[in-house]
Design a binder for this molecule. Structure first.
Ligand code: KG4
Ligand code: ZN
Length: 388
């Protein structure tokens, strides 16, 4: 029987010296979890041991399919997930040389995301859990991104502050302890990754825009075009990127800039614009992170999500972390964009804690990650007064 079934807890074992003296107490986690991710345009499956070690990770990207539309086409995405889910999961087991029956549980992304895409992963994972008689948990995609730093970094010290920047999300979370989240800042309109993608599309650069803009920005002057950092009139530390997109449109129109056509080499003014745009996005993200940090006293900064691939963002975050005197953890690039290893890592914590989803587990397109706010509201409703 799987360890998750027997106790829902990790095993403890003791190393006994030949003389009979106890040498050390070692916690041995023997938890192997299959993660499944299909929330947007990547079909992914991964086997993760103990929430920290990737045994195998397979990602079938749909970029080529959506590229010519300049963005993800939901209908095409869900059909592609249907085609890919079986071979991708099979490949994860083949690469790991592990039999399906040997997993201890499953973790699947339940939201937020595109409903047709999410449903493919959720339905497949539930069917597999039922067939194998294994426990399953649903994972919030954003929480998955936060857990992407569980690999290749020292363990996160709490409280932590996490900047999650992807194609669909731009949030800063205060995480006082594992699994507790409070939204500290959010975008009022476009996500940062979405802004990269839209600006790239406007300049005829292709999809996804982030990596292309970053490449061009390396050869451009970040001071060439002066964009103002968007600030909220109400003083809240929220983000806004749609005004910036409009400012880029205006700059293109007013300077008579010609978008790149037919894959030609981008001109210097496009590289300068890319560098200036990237610079203001990075200053907005990292400036806010640094501004809110003292209120929460984090012991770790986490920067995750597809945009965390961006070298300029990493460098600025690292510098900010140094000033704050805390370490900054980033996922390596292949774990920054959507993958299933991060879902398995987040799911492992839930499974080990005894959490179980029923077969009524469903996709939730607008799933939020802010349980602390909700807990605080429930406490307030119950008449609890805070001393602090
Ligand atoms: O996390 P992710 O794979 O998917 C979502 O959950 O949205 O993030 C994809 C986003 C895209 O908007 C892409 O343009 C952006 O991440 N991205 C980058 C870079 N690499 C990917 N943005 C800026 N610089 C990059 N190097
Ligand atoms: Zn994502």
């Amino acid at each position: 029987m799987s360890p998750l079934y027997t106790s829902g807890e990790v095993y403890h074992s003791q190393l006994i010296h030949a003389s009979g003296h106890r040498l050390n107490t070692v916690r041995i986690y023997i938890v192997l979890v299959l993660g499944i991710e299909t929330s947007c345009d990547e079909t992914a499956a991964a086997l993760v041991r103990d929430g920290r070690e990737i045994v195998s990770s397979v990602i079938a990207s749909q970029i080529a399919l959506h590229e010519r539309f300049g963005g993800v086409v939901p209908e095409l995405a869900s059909r592609e997930h249907l085609d890919k889910i079986v071979p991708v999961v099979a490949e994860a087991f083949t690469r790991a040389a592990i039999d399906m029956t040997n997993i201890d549980g499953l973790a699947v992304t339940v939201g937020p995301g595109l409903v047709g895409s999410l449903l493919v992963g959720v339905s497949y994972a539930k069917a597999m859990a039922f067939a194998l008689n294994k426990p399953i948990v649903g994972v919030n995609h954003i929480e998955g991104h936060i857990y992407s730093v569980a690999f290749e970094n020292p363990p996160v010290q709490y409280p932590a502050l996490a900047l999650v920047v992807s194609g669909g999300h731009t949030n800063i979370f205060h995480i006082p302890s594992p699994g507790k989240y409070k939204v500290v800042a959010r975008t009022r309109d476009d996500a940062a990754g979405e802004a990269f993608d839209k600006v790239a599309k406007m300049l005829g650069l292709g999809y996804p825009g982030g990596p292309i803009i970053e490449r061009l920005a390396r050869e451009g002057n970040p001071q060439a075009v002066r964009f103002a950092i968007p600030r909220m009139g109400d003083g809240l530390p929220d983000f806004s990127f749609s005004g910036l997109k409009t400012a880029v449109t205006r700059h293109v129109r007013e300077t008579g800039m010609r978008p790149v056509q037919n894959g030609e080499q981008p001109a210097q003014n496009i590289k300068d614009l890319a560098a200036s745009f990237q610079s203001v996005v990075v200053r907005s993200l990292v400036g806010t992170l640094e501004r809110v940090a003292p209120d929460f006293g984090p012991r770790t900064l986490i920067v995750a999500g597809g945009v965390a691939c961006n070298g300029a963002l990493r460098e600025a975050s690292r510098t900010a972390a140094e000033r704050l005197g805390v370490p900054a953890y980033f996922p390596s690039p292949h774990l920054s964009t959507d993958n299933a290893a991060m879902i398995a890592a987040a799911g492992t914590v839930k499974l080990v804690a005894g959490e179980r989803a029923g077969l009524d587990l469903n996709a939730d397109v607008t799933l939020r990650l802010q349980n602390l706010d909700l807990e605080e509201e429930a406490l307030k409703r119950a008449g609890v007064r805070y001393r602090l």
